[in-house]
Design a protein around this ligand. Sequence first.
Ligand SMILES: O=C(O)CCC(=O)C(=O)O
Length: 302
Amino acid sequence: MTRHAMLDAAAADDPLAALELPVEAMSAEALRGRFETEGAVIVRGLLQDARIADLRAALQAMIVAQLRHAGLFPDPAADLDSLFNALCTHDRALGAAVYEAARQTPAFYALATHPWIQDVVRTLLDADLLHVPYDKAMFRIDRAHEPWHEFQWHQDYPYNLMGEPTVTVWAPLTPVTGAMGPLHIVPRSHDRLQRVRLVPKTGPDGLPRSTLTATLADLDEAALDATAVKVCLEPGDVLFFHHLLLHRSGRNASPRARWSLVPRYAALLDPGLVSRGWAIERSPDFALFREMHPDAVAGAED
Ligand SMILES: O=C(O)CCC(=O)C(=O)O
């Protein structure tokens, strides 16, 4: 049996295996096949250079600097999670400051625009030139006991309105185990745009915020939970998924945070993007989505 045949046989009864490709088995055909059929592909071991370590080192230095500024004496050699937990225990707002500023480092940009990530995306989109808006390239630190940061089941398209399709890239900085709330996805769910209900986000105090979230109007979340595939990843592994794939955050129940980068890529010369001068969704109330897809927004009566 060839290596490809063995991978395909393994995929037949394991939904996660159906998405996986070790980097050595990566080919344009295998990448596109998984992305088109499953709506997602995981390339195991794609990122093997120093860029993940560089971003971790930048984060570590930022956290140590904040702890010292607060008059504490951290062990600079302690691991990233111990340092971040110490900072958040001292003052959660300082943890949030690190989270915000992490995206302002060259190490973040270098990883989000990693040439090997770009190569895979070019293959998936069959495009030479790529569009990667800086404000759709997210950085996440998901800790336990902070469920208000979680995304419920959704599709990315209403949030971004980039090219069709857009590829979401999800890459961890540290291992993501089952206890850490790995991303939940539903393979093969990327065949249509789902109707959404635009409802206020809920803050840590349980009260509604001014920004809206696009929740699924017509699908049963418990049924999606029952079919979800949980994507555990090691640093260096990268998940690529279609902008209509249904997915949600897992719940982190571990003392370690889930550190991840989530940039989005489309084809720069996507006809829709060109025709609207590269306008994408940037309003907190989904103004462009409501204008472009009025029928996809469920009203109060639905
Ligand atoms: O990483 C997560 O927990 C969720 C990220 C997500 O769903 C998104 O960015 O669209």
